[in-house]
Design a protein around this ligand. Structure first.
Ligand SMILES: [Zn+2]
Length: 70
């Protein structure tokens, strides 16, 4: 089992504080899977970007969709 590589980039500051530590040092991130090797032959490979908020104080991640936490 191979760990899927993902590339993440900062897309801005989050509007919401961290749900774990309450800190406001939270950035919105977008990541997507890096397609490689057999992925090119995989018809169900989903490279759709995913977004999450990342707390830079405690490291917690909060998954987001369309800018809202889920
Ligand atoms: Zn936090």
């Amino acid at each position: 089992m191979e760990v899927r590589q993902r590339r993440a980039e900062k897309v801005g500051a989050s509007a919401e504080p961290c749900g774990v530590c309450g800190g406001s040092n939270v950035v919105a991130m977008r990541s997507r899977a890096v397609r490689r090797g057999a992925d090119w032959l995989n018809p169900v490979f989903d490279p759709a970007p995913r977004t999450h908020d990342l707390c830079r104080d405690c490291g917690a991640k909060h998954r987001t969709e369309n800018g809202l936490r889920v």
